[in-house]
Design a protein around this ligand. Structure first.
Ligand code: ZN
Length: 168
């Protein structure tokens, strides 16, 4: 079992949840993202899942909830309730190291560290390292990249464009 930031996930649900991937970045599972804060069997025989969106209003969250339900249904669990918890807010500290590595290999710059700071959503004032060559000599071309959750950057050293992952 991979190391996750402090969360309460029942061992019987772990692999099911780990099969649910981010609709925008399919190499990442929702456990890599750290948005699942709790997944437990309740005394009433229900499954309670608590998720914290990467930021409120992220359009992919509805899809993710749907995917979680579908994965549980497939595994024979028909009694899940999914709750959303906005506080404390998600931070990139909740992403697994493995998840950040996967993002890099996918050619997306992982979120900068310590992003409870809201400016990370725009990437403004942050040095974003190029995922191709590692250079810090980069600039933002567009706040919105291939999707609303990414910004488009360009590396001034290797000249490659890349996406910066600003929410999930
Ligand atoms: Zn580069």
């Amino acid at each position: 079992m991979r190391k996750l930031s402090v969360v309460n996930i029942d061992a019987g649900l772990f692999s099911i949840l780990d099969s649910v991937t981010d609709p925008e970045v399919p190499v990442l599972t929702i456990l890599d993202l750290g948005i699942v804060r709790e997944a437990v069997f309740t005394d009433d025989g229900l499954i309670k899942i608590v998720i914290t969106p990467t930021y409120s209003g992220c359009p992919a969250m509805d899809v993710i909830q749907f995917e979680i339900n579908a994965a549980l249904e497939n595994a024979g669990f028909h009694n899940a309730i999914i709750e959303t918890n906005l506080s404390p807010a998600w931070t990139t500290d909740w992403m697994t190291e493995e998840g950040k590595e996967k993002l890099k290999k996918y050619g997306i710059a992982p979120p900068a560290e310590k992003t409870s700071d809201p400016s990370f959503l725009t990437g403004s004032g942050k040095v974003i390292a190029c995922p191709h060559c590692g250079s810090n000599h980069t600039e933002m071309i567009s706040l919105f990249g291939s999707t609303a959750c990414k910004s488009l950057y360009k590396c001034n050293d290797c000249k490659e464009p890349f996406d910066y992952f600003k929410c999930h």
